[in-house]
Write a protein that binds this ligand. Structure first.
Ligand code: TRP
Length: 335
């Protein structure tokens, strides 16, 4: 049997997943698990970096995220679901790679820089662990020796750094690690329902995968549209209009979307109608996801088993890599 290439990707357990996660990453994960050996990581260590004050939140999010994954169709029979702290080799490799990683690489990482600025603006203490998290992410990816990392576009600097660390380790010690490629989803940045550039929990502008029908309809009703349009009979703008962006992304009925766009531009359809159709399309899209979530919600013991089993499988792969790393770094004194 031909061995499959590997994927490692993951998410911090800091809340339920939303539509932005879906089109930015999850959709790719579901598709790719057919052709890759996938490791899906719940990065609880990483979550401690900026959520130390909310350990309860991390704890409940570990299970929420797992449910969201199962709901969208990630399949634990095909893929490995692992919890970072259940596979302590993540911490070991992180520590060793932090010797290989020049500090200047962290200092110039744009994602880290902007996250540090926002933590500072909230007057939060910046811990060494937070500063170090991109290095921990490098270790996450290299631990199973992944070839591909499907992620949201804010993660690209971390993948680039992973490639650089792999190259440097391989040159300094031995060729242990492949240089992984990044893969960004169909919609790298989905606008929020408030029209802000990004759907994000901290901005409070999300539609969650687990929102029920009424919540979705309500949120769509509140959505920002064309700010220049006052009456339903005014010609409206479709480009950059969040309601139409969502129609393009989620409404499978392309003819309906095109017709609505024409009528909107001509001023012959109102926001209420366009939103009503969007709510319907979104609910159709979310319905099978909710149904699958419901099937698992009543079997939480099985959900926990999925994390336990996946983590123990991940530990086996991790230990294989660590043995090569310990050999390469000559951490052998008694053999
Ligand atoms: N930084 C990612 C997030 O915030 C989570 C993550 C941790 C990750 N380790 C990873 C993503 C490795 C991809 C690969 O969601």
């Amino acid at each position: 049997m031909e061995t499959k290439k590997r994927i490692l990707t993951g998410i911090r357990p800091t809340g339920a997943l939303h539509l932005g996660h879906y089109v930015g990453a999850l959709e790719n994960w579901v598709r790719l698990q057919e052709s890759y050996e996938c490791f899906f990581l719940i990065a609880d260590y990483q979550a401690l970096g900026d959520h130390m004050d909310d350990i309860d939140g991390i704890r409940s999010s570990v299970l929420e995220v797992t449910l969201d994954w199962l709901a969208v169709g990630l399949d634990p029979a095909k893929s490995t679901f692992e919890v970072q702290s259940y596979v302590p080799q993540h911490a070991e490799l992180h520590m060793l790679l932090s010797m290989v990683l020049p500090l200047s690489w962290l200092q110039r990482n744009p994602t880290l820089k902007s996250e540090m600025e926002s933590l500072e603006s909230e007057h939060k203490t910046l811990s060494l662990g937070f500063y170090n998290y991109p290095a921990s992410q490098v270790a996450d990816i290299l631990l199973p020796r992944a070839h591909l990392v499907p992620v949201g576009d804010d993660q690209l600097p971390h993948i680039e750094m992973t490639r650089e660390v792999a190259r440097r380790f391989n040159r300094l010690f031995a060729p242990v690690f492949p240089e992984p490629d990044a893969l960004v989803g169909r919609v790298p940045r989905l606008v929020g329902i408030d029209g802000q550039a990004k759907m994000s929990k901290s901005l409070g502008n999300c539609i969650y995968l687990k929102d029920d029908e009424a919540e979705v309809t309500n949120k769509v009703r509140r959505m920002f549209t064309d700010p220049t349009r006052i009456h339903a009979t005014d010609p409206g703008h479709v480009e950059g209009n969040p309601v139409f962006i969502y129609h393009d992304v989620f409404n499978k009925d392309v003819d309906e979307v095109n017709e609505l766009k024409e009528r909107y531009k001509a001023g012959t359809v109102g926001d209420v109608e366009v939103k009503r159709r969007l709510a319907k399309a979104l609910n159709e899209f979310l319905e099978p996801i909710r149904a699958r979530r419901g099937e698992y919600e009543v079997r939480m013991d099985d959900v926990k088993d999925i994390l336990r089993d996946g983590s123990s499988r991940a530990r086996v792969t991790a230990e294989e890599t660590m043995n090569e790393v310990r050999d390469a770094m000559r951490l052998r004194y008694t053999e």
